[in-house]
Design a binder for this molecule. Structure first.
Ligand SMILES: *[C@@H]1O[C@H](CO)[C@@H](O)[C@H](O)[C@H]1NC(C)=O
Ligand SMILES: *[C@@H]1O[C@H](CO)[C@@H](O)[C@H](O)[C@H]1NC(C)=O
Ligand SMILES: *[C@@H]1O[C@H](CO)[C@@H](O)[C@H](O)[C@H]1NC(C)=O
Ligand SMILES: *[C@@H]1O[C@H](CO)[C@@H](O)[C@H](O)[C@H]1NC(C)=O
Ligand SMILES: *[C@@H]1O[C@H](CO)[C@@H](O)[C@H](O)[C@H]1NC(C)=O
Length: 358
């Protein structure tokens, strides 16, 4: 009698274990990336009415076959490099026609869109782009697709194990607050605008948590007053300090927000990836890092500036690895590598195969 009871309870335990493990997904750990042109890997190239596209040479010249691939730089994005170094697959663009359930399960999805902002109204001048709310809406569609493919329990597990990157904010300043055509620039001052961004972002990050995101990194803003486009606006050609101050204010508030969310949302590891200071140092002392130009864009139309995009008519700098900026807005591959390394070091990211909590 006793023996039989034992066997029964053992069976029950086995059933429980297998019952649970059946629901666990032996899926790959993948990334879901939300962002703007700094992380776009091709979405805007499929948005035919978008005015922010990296569809022409010389974008992509230092990646793969050297053809335009939708990245707004000559090579890799910061998210590419961080993911590569952690050992995660590079997620394809959401609008890539070859995207299907198997690709999503093996590689994740990148929803980033040039011009995208935290606010829906940001970059309306670019006509078409995915704002963060829109990107999250597309992610919900992806979740539905995966649930239908592998079932709800396995899908929940898949999305809980995945890594999430959210990297937006500069367009909310450059292509909204700082442009007088937007009503946001009349209604707010720097501080209240940052509060408005934070309350919106808080809602978005909580929404992602409610959808199952547990391990999330938010990439902070760089010294955006030092992008070539902003320098042109100063008489000395120096950085636009008022713009840098906004970026610093945003980063400070976002650090706090991410910390608060990580402490209060169940099972959440939400972190803020900050490379502002080291990027500023690269701009201030390029020679220390093997660069020799941190002021102008590598790709430009000679003295005609600013040109809003790099084009086949533009000329390229002699040595792309010595330039911090690729075009008027975006860093080069080489600068992105420095930024990525800083984020990895600061957050202590380890290769995915060596730890469960990178
Ligand atoms: C932002 O856009 C989303 C759709 O992408 C919409 O659901 C939401 O209501 C909008 N929010 C605001 C504040 O306009
Ligand atoms: C973070 O939490 C602290 C303490 O609860 C609060 O004072 C602060 O306003 C919060 N900050 C943000 C950005 O949510
Ligand atoms: C948190 O994790 C525990 C242990 O894995 C789990 O039982 C619980 O349901 C999780 N809670 C949420 C809200 O995800
Ligand atoms: C930057 O490097 C290029 C190529 O090595 C060189 O021709 C140029 O003189 C350098 N510029 C400065 C400012 O050092
Ligand atoms: C992790 O993967 C990398 C390659 O991505 C490999 O070099 C390393 O040896 C692996 N480490 C372990 C502990 O498997």
């Amino acid at each position: 009698m006793e023996g039989r009871k034992m066997k029964l309870s053992t069976a029950l335990i086995m059933l429980l274990i297998f019952g649970v493990s059946n629901q666990r997904c032996s899926c790959a750990i993948v990334q879901f990336i939300f962002g703007d042109s700094l992380s776009d890997v091709g979405n805007n190239n499929y948005l035919t009415r978008s005015l922010a596209r990296a569809a022409l040479p010389w974008y992509g010249i230092d990646l793969g076959k050297g053809l335009p691939n939708g990245r707004f730089t000559n090579g890799r994005t910061v998210a590419d490099i961080v993911g590569d170094k952690v050992g995660l697959p590079r997620p394809p663009a959401f609008l890539d026609p070859s995207l299907d359930e198997d690709t999503i399960l093996n590689s994740g999805v990148n929803y980033a869109s040039g011009g995208g902002g935290i606010l829906n109204e940001t970059s309306s001048l670019f006509v078409q782009r995915f704002s963060l709310y829109k990107q999250i809406e597309l992610f919900q569609g992806t979740q539905e697709l995966i649930r239908r493919k592998i079932g709800r329990a396995a899908a929940d597990d898949f999305f809980a194990q995945a890594r999430y990157v959210v990297a937006l904010g500069s367009n909310d300043f450059i292509n909204n607050y700082l442009l007088p055509v937007y009503s946001d620039s009349w209604s707010y001052d720097g501080e209240t605008f940052i509060d408005y961004l934070m309350s919106t972002l808080e809602g978005q990050l909580k929404l992602l948590h409610s959808l199952g995101a547990r391990q999330l990194t938010f990439f902070g803003l760089g010294p955006m007053g030092c992008i070539p486009l902003q320098r042109i606006l100063t008489s000395s050609g120096g950085c636009q300090e008022s713009t840098n101050k906004l970026a610093l204010g945003f980063n400070k508030a976002a650090t706090e927000l991410l910390g608060n969310l990580s402490n209060t949302l169940p099972n959440a590891t939400y972190r803020f990836g900050d490379a502002y200071d080291s990027f500023q140092d690269l701009i201030d002392r390029p020679y220390m890092y093997g660069f020799n130009n941190s002021r102008g864009p590598c790709c430009s139309l000679g003295r005609i500036r600013p040109t809003l995009t790099c084009t086949p008519l533009s000329t390229l700098c002699e040595d792309r690895s010595q330039y911090v900026f690729w075009d008027e807005y975006h860093p080069t591959d080489q600068a992105n590598e420095l930024i990525a390394n800083e984020i990895i070091t600061k957050l202590g990211f380890k290769p995915i195969n060596e730890t469960n909590t990178p």
